[in-house]
Write a protein that binds this ligand. Structure first.
Ligand code: ATP
Length: 435
């Protein structure tokens, strides 16, 4: 007997008559003496499958919720407007062991231990369908804008001297590290004349942060482009990119998101407000202490203010003081508040959480060396950094800049999820590196 053609649950109504195979997992079983009705779910939806054939009833004897099945039959009108499968034969019966590894109310740690089972939940699976749609929308938009996708290495010799916040690994008698960001490689592409590049992939942070928005490995979109004038160009690109992504997600998954997560995806029309750091501090600081960065509390307070006063869920905070920004950040002209020089930098906040940091990079060799020396000391310049990074700026590197978006975090905010444990396919945190 040949293999019947597979039909997914979503497409079944389009196949009345003829023999087709339905393949998936049983979610419910009803048995009467002379009949059986199974609800079978695949990655597209659910379908009712029925039979009164004694041979089919016998073959489906072991079927319990979560058993895998492949059932061949005829598509017939079902209850209401739907269709159902009249089972003619059982192609595969893959029984689920008893007891099941998880129950409906299992603790989060157990859910992560049995992630393969946890993700059979349609709501959890939907997160990754939508994640995939977000990634496709990003790739599509950036390709249209002339960006090419690169794949930077994740193992690096840089950073191994400091050991701070990097995972080190033995590397054939030497010590290598996992990258915290692929920015230096994206800049290398700029130095090589690629002009506009992006990379989507994992990055690693050895930070012992037990918050809902930190993971030790997460998926980052990194965007870098050349011949720009200031960080305004970066924000304009990111704003258009996010608008495009939200429009695509709303078109493709808006109804599903409303149904499963009770949320409306609201693509925005109005421009994202830009608030200079010094002004942001005036708006939210609860003391007079001078500071060079926003705390998590400041970010929440600022987003609340922007939502109430300006009606936007997003806000760009711009022009951070140099003090807390990395040495490669381009300084703005003049001195900033509190005597700290400002930089051509920004963060993007969404619903009170930072999702992006970006800046124009310093590309003028002399200034870059000065900033690196001031920040890291002379010794650093003689090592990896000097040879493999700074040297590139001696050969006509164009003005450029870039930004990174943590995509697991983006999805957490998009779908109102409580933590990255839900939006990372398999979460990695300080207390979790299995399975
Ligand atoms: P935070 O202040 O939230 O720790 P950061 O300033 O260290 O973030 P960047 O190094 O600028 O973040 O990284 C760029 C983006 O990557 C962040 O805006 C965020 O979306 C994401 N990101 C950073 N660290 C993490 C992490 N540990 N887990 C998940 N996403 C992260």
């Amino acid at each position: 007997m040949g293999q019947a053609e597979r039909r997914c649950a979503r497409d079944l109504a389009a196949a009345p008559g003829g023999s087709v195979a339905v393949r998936g997992w049983v979610t419910a079983v009803q048995r009467k003496r002379d009949r059986v009705a199974l609800t079978v779910r695949d990655h597209t939806g659910e379908v009712r499958c029925v039979s009164q054939d004694p041979a089919v009833l016998a073959a489906l004897e072991p079927a319990t919720p979560h058993s895998g099945v492949s059932l061949v039959g005829e598509v017939r009108p079902g209850r209401g407007e739907g269709v159902q499968l009249e089972i003619e034969r059982v192609e595969s019966m893959l029984p689920a062991a008893d007891p099941l590894p998880l129950k409906g109310n299992s603790a989060a740690a157990d859910r992560l231990d049995y992630r393969y089972f946890d993700l059979r939940d349609p709501e959890r699976f939907a997160i990754f369908k939508i994640f995939s749609a977000v990634e496709t929308a990003i790739r599509g938009y950036l390709a249209e804008q002339g960006f090419i996708s690169i794949h930077a290495p994740r193992i690096t010799g840089g950073g191994s001297e400091s050991g701070a916040a990097v995972f080190q690994l033995p590397y054939f008698g030497e010590t290598a590290c996992l990258v915290q960001s692929i920015q230096f490689y994206a800049q290398m592409a700029i130095g090589a004349g690629f002009d506009r590049v992006f990379d989507i992939g994992p990055v690693f942070r050895a930070e012992n942060s037990l918050t809902n928005r930190h993971a030790t490995e997460f998926t980052c979109l990194h965007v870098e482009f050349a011949w720009m004038h200031s960080h305004e160009d970066l924000m304009a690109l990111e704003e258009a990119l996010i608008r495009h992504v939200l429009n695509e997600v709303a078109d493709q998954h808006g109804e599903e998101i409303e149904e499963l997560f009770g949320l409306r995806v609201n693509p925005f029309e109005a421009p994202i407000p830009r608030i200079p750091f010094a002004r942001a501090i005036e708006l939210v600081a609860d003391d007079d202490e001078p500071r060079a960065q926003l705390t998590a509390r400041d970010e929440r307070a600022l987003s609340k203010y922007v939502h109430a006063e300006l009606g936007h869920d997003f806000v760009f905070v711009t022009d951070f003081p140099a003090e807390e920004r990395p040495f490669y950040t381009m300084a703005a002209d003049g001195e900033g508040a509190d005597g700290l020089s400002e930089t051509r930098s920004f963060d993007l906040l969404w619903r009170g959480v930072e999702i992006t940091s970006g800046c124009q990079r310093e590309h003028r060799s002399e200034r870059l060396y000065d900033q690196a020396r001031a920040d890291l000391g002379d010794a650093a310049l003689d090592q990896y950094l000097g040879k493999y990074y700074l040297d590139m700026f001696n050969y006509g590197c164009p003005p450029h800049g870039g930004f990174g978006i943590g995509l697991d975090r983006f999805l957490m905010l998009l779908l109102g999820q409580p933590s990255l444990q839900e939006t990372s396919f398999v979460f990695r945190g300080p207390e979790r590196f299995t399975p």
